[in-house]
Design a protein around this ligand. Structure first.
Ligand code: SF4
Length: 370
C-alpha cells in the first residue's frame, strides 16, 4: 500500500546507505535524482504512485509540495550551486494547462511531457525559458494530454498535425523513470493524422526500440563538434554514444533526424564539423538507405542579453563566445532581440555545412538553417 500523502519536509539525513550502490548499477547516463518532490494531486495518478514506489526502492528522499511551479528550499548559496542542486531535483506534477503552444519551425505544437534535463549545457535556451525553475519536472497525467492531442489532430483533419516533445526539455533523459515517451510514441503510432518528434542528447533508447511507432515518430539526436561538446555540453553523453544510439533507433525503423546545434565558429570549426559528418556517415553506412530520408536541422549559436547574464551567473568561468561586438543584433518579437553571427559568417556556415551533409547523405533533407 503506497501513501496518499508524503512528508511535507525532506528527512534531515537522506538514507545514504541505500543510495550508495545505486548509481553504479545503472547504465552510465541514467539519471537518478537526489530528491523527489510530489504535488499532492500527482499521488492520485498511477504514474505518480509508480514513481513513489521507485523512490522507495531506491531509498530516495521524497516530499510533498503544494505546486510543481513553486519549489523552494533547495540547497545551494550561489547561482551556480543552486542550478546544480535544481538539476538533482525531480518534481512530479500534474499538467493543468492543456493548451499546447505552437512550435515553429520544428512542429505545429509543443507536447510538453516534462521540463528540463540532467545536462548542464551552458548555452541551453532553457537557461532563460525555464528561468528560476531548472529542476526536472515530469507530468503524471499523460493520458489526459494524449486525449487533448487527439482533439487537436481531429480539429486539424485532413491535415497532418505534428507535435514536438522536446521543446521544454529532454524527454529521453527521464524515460527510465516514467515510461511516458513509450506510451506517447505508441499513441501517435495509432494516429493516422498525428506525428510526433523529439530531440535528445541522451542514449537510453533500448526501452523504445520495440514501441509500435508505425513510422509516426521522428527520433532526432542533437550533435555538435567534439570541441563544443567537451567545452559546453557538460553531463551529457559523448557524441560517439549518441551516434551509436541513433543507429539502433534507425535499425528499429524510426524515421531519423539530427539537429546540429548550436553551430559555433572558432579556429578550426570547419574541420571539426566535417569530421563529425564523416563519423556519422561511417556509423550509419550499414543501414543505408535510411528510409524515410534522414533529416538535418542546422541552428547557429545565438544568445540574448538576458541569457548572457544568466549563463555567466551559473557558469562564471564560461568560455562561450558572447561578444556582442562580433555579432549581428536580430530584432525579435516583443522588442526582444538576439545576437546571431553576421550575415556573411552565417551564409558561409550554411553553405559549407549543407553542401557537406548532402555530399555525404545525398537523400537527406536539410530542413532549415536558422
Ligand atoms: Fe539543454 Fe538539451 Fe543540454 Fe539539456 S541536453 S541542458 S535540454 S541543451
Amino acid at each position: 500500500e503506497l501513501p496518499k500523502e508524503l512528508p511535507k519536509e525532506l528527512p534531515k539525513e537522506p538514507p545514504k546507505e541505500q543510495l550508495k550502490d545505486h548509481p553504479q548499477e545503472q547504465p552510465k547516463w541514467h539519471y537518478v535524482p537526489q530528491r523527489v518532490f510530489f504535488e499532492e494531486e500527482a499521488l492520485a495518478y498511477p504514474l505518480g504512485q509508480q514513481i513513489v514506489a521507485l523512490c522507495r526502492e531506491l531509498g530516495l528522499p521524497t516530499r510533498q509540495i503544494p505546486s510543481h511551479n513553486r519549489v523552494t528550499g533547495l540547497p545551494g548559496d550561489t547561482p551556480n550551486q543552486k542550478y546544480a542542486q535544481a538539476k538533482k531535483t525531480l518534481v512530479v506534477g500534474v499538467k493543468r494547462d492543456l493548451r499546447f503552444p505552437t512550435c515553429r519551425p520544428s512542429a505545429d505544437y509543443q507536447f510538453p511531457l516534462m521540463t528540463s534535463c540532467p545536462g548542464h549545457c551552458e548555452y541551453c535556451y532553457l537557461q532563460t525559458t525555464l528561468g528560476q525553475r531548472p529542476y526536472l519536472r515530469v507530468y503524471v497525467n499523460v493520458e489526459e494530454m494524449l486525449d487533448q492531442a487527439a482533439k487537436y489532430i481531429e480539429k486539424n483533419a485532413p491535415e497532418v498535425t505534428t507535435f514536438e516533445v522536446a521543446s521544454s526539455g529532454d524527454p529521453l533523459s527521464v524515460e527510465h523513470l516514467t515510461g511516458s515517451l513509450f506510451k506517447t510514441i505508441e499513441f501517435f503510432g495509432s494516429q493516422e493524422l498525428g506525428r510526433l518528434r523529439f530531440v535528445t542528447k541522451f542514449t537510453g533508447v533500448e526501452p523504445l526500440l520495440n514501441a509500435r511507432h508505425n513510422g509516426h515518430t521522428r527520433f532526432r539526436f542533437s550533435l555538435n563538434s567534439e570541441r563544443v561538446v567537451r567545452d559546453f555540453e557538460h553531463r551529457t553523453p559523448p557524441v560517439a554514444e549518441r551516434i551509436a544510439a541513433a543507429a539502433q533507433v534507425a535499425r528499429a525503423g524510426y524515421p531519423l533526424g539530427f539537429i546540429i546545434a548550436p553551430i559555433m565558429v572558432y579556429p578550426g570549426w570547419e574541420e571539426d564539423y566535417l569530421r563529425l559528418f564523416d563519423q556519422l556517415k561511417k556509423e550509419l553506412a550499414s543501414i543505408q538507405p535510411l528510409s524515410p530520408p534522414v533529416t538535418f536541422e542546422l541552428i547557429q549559436h545565438r544568445f540574448t542579453a538576458r541569457a548572457k547574464k544568466v549563463i555567466l551567473e551559473r557558469f562564471p568561468e564560461s568560455r562561450l563566445d558572447m561578444d556582442e561586438e562580433k555579432r549581428k543584433f536580430k530584432y525579435g518579437k516583443y522588442g526582444m532581440g538576439k545576437y546571431v553571427y553576421p550575415d556573411e559568417t552565417a551564409k558561409g556556415m550554411k553553405d559549407l555545412l549543407q553542401t557537406a551533409l548532402l555530399e555525404r547523405f545525398p537523400d537527406a533533407e536539410v530542413e532549415y538553417f536558422t
